[in-house]
Write a protein that binds this ligand. Structure first.
Ligand SMILES: [Zn+2]
Length: 79
């Protein structure tokens, strides 16, 4: 009889293949490449934990052609 502890069975590593991914394209012009840009949210002094007005950058991607940010990447509460 073996006294070795049983090896835990590792779940197979999930690999992502490019074929399983989906390209995001611009809703407006159909362009596939995006550039990094930022939304800046301003926090008023009243709401800020530090008591000072603060600017919070939110990183998003915008279309490299027309500049549109895909709706699904829009931060919530954007008006
Ligand atoms: Zn575009």
């Amino acid at each position: 009889m073996s006294t070795k502890p049983m090896k835990p069975i590792k779940p197979p590593k999930k690999e992502i293949h490019l074929e399983d991914t989906e390209s995001i394209k611009c809703d407006d012009c159909g362009n596939y490449s995006f550039i990094k840009s930022y939304f800046i949210r301003r926090v008023s002094a009243l709401m800020s934990p530090s008591g000072q007005e603060a600017l919070i950058p939110i990183e998003v991607f915008s279309c490299g052609n027309c500049g549109k940010v895909p709706d699904k990447m829009m931060p919530k509460g954007n008006e």
